[in-house]
Write a protein of this length. Structure first.
Length: 316
């Protein structure tokens, strides 16, 4: 018998806890045929609603259901890491509780694992239901990341991914505090099969990812997997030094040849403002990398557990 760990990060998802469980159980015949036992790990990321209570109800009905509840909201990245740390399965799959990651794809995903792939990842081929401006910036982000980073990040990639134990262990070996899971998946490598599907809108509730949160998350990814911004800052500094040196030479020549006094106070102010803006921009880039380094050297835990309920597979 193989054990499959289903890891479900949750934040204020009380409406979807039961629905997700019911959808997953529709694959029961397939799991039985393939001799796969389940453990279902709900990782509560400091929810303010009744998410924990709903998971406890499920645990009373099904001993395979486990709960890991954080002391506060640490973010989805921490929830993913906690789920991977706590799982005991030969295989592990990450899924969202809102059912945007269809459990109906699991049989097909497992089929590719049987063919010899180390992991099976999913990507959306459409962004139906998303605001156009959000979709546009998402596509631009993936293009930028693949340009400035050596780590490949597939456009439309989801966290929905079925992994063998060696892949899980490789991800856990990267215990960095500032986590960008999509980049980590690409960095660890292994043979991955990409499975495409149409976008599925969340079953109930509202998304927890605002445009601002996605923007900050994208910055996290850029800083975590590329040093290109530092190079850009250096190049801009050298470029402006050369421009400034050229302007000085021109000014001296004009004075010596034509006796023309330096004029153009408004243009001078504009130049000063522009150069100052570039300097602040470059300092901001340095500050971002410095802040991430600062958080890493503190060695704070990625998450803290307030409550944990163990489960039991049928095999046990």
């Amino acid at each position: 018998m193989k054990l499959l760990s289903v890891i479900v990060p949750c934040f204020n998802e009380e409406e979807n806890i039961r629905d997700f469980y019911d959808e997953l159980c529709k694959n029961t015949d397939f799991f039985r045929e393939k001799q796969i036992e389940l453990e279902l790990i709900y990782v509560d990321d400091g929810s303010k609603d009744k998410t924990v209570a709903e998971v406890k109800k499920l645990h009373e009905e099904d001993a395979r259901v486990r709960l890991v509840s954080f002391s506060r909201n640490f973010g989805k990245e921490a929830a993913i890491y906690a789920g991977l740390q706590k799982c005991r399965g030969d295989l592990a799959v990450l899924m969202d509780a809102d059912l945007q990651d269809p459990p109906s794809l699991l049989p097909e995903m497992y089929g590719y694992i049987e063919q010899g792939y180390d992991s099976v990842a999913t990507r959306r081929v459409t962004r139906k239901g998303e605001p156009l401006i959000r979709s546009f910036f998402a596509r631009m982000f993936y293009r930028l990341m693949n340009t400035i980073s050596k780590t490949e990040i597939v456009d439309g990639a989801r966290d929905y991914r079925l992994m063998t134990r060696p892949v899980v262990d490789a991800i856990l070996s990267m215990s960095e505090y500032n986590r960008f899971t999509k980049g980590i998946f690409g960095w660890v490598g292994f043979e991955t099969k990409w499975l495409e599907y149409e976008n599925v809108e969340r079953r109930k509730g509202e998304t927890k990812w605002s445009f601002w949160k996605l923007f900050l998350y994208s910055l996290e990814g850029i800083i975590a997997f590329s040093t290109a911004p530092l190079t850009i800052a250096s190049v801009m500094g050298v470029l402006f030094c050369l421009v400034a040196f050229g302007i000085i030479i021109v000014t001296i020549v004009r004075k010596l040849l034509f006796g023309d006094p330096t004029s153009g106070w408004p243009s001078l102010v504009c130049i000063i403002m522009m150069v100052s803006g570039v300097q602040l921009f470059c300092l901001g880039i340095l500050g971002q990398y410095l802040s991430k380094t600062y958080m890493e050297v503190k060695r704070r835990p990625i998450y803290l557990v307030k409550e944990e309920i163990e489960g039991q597979s049928v095999a046990e």
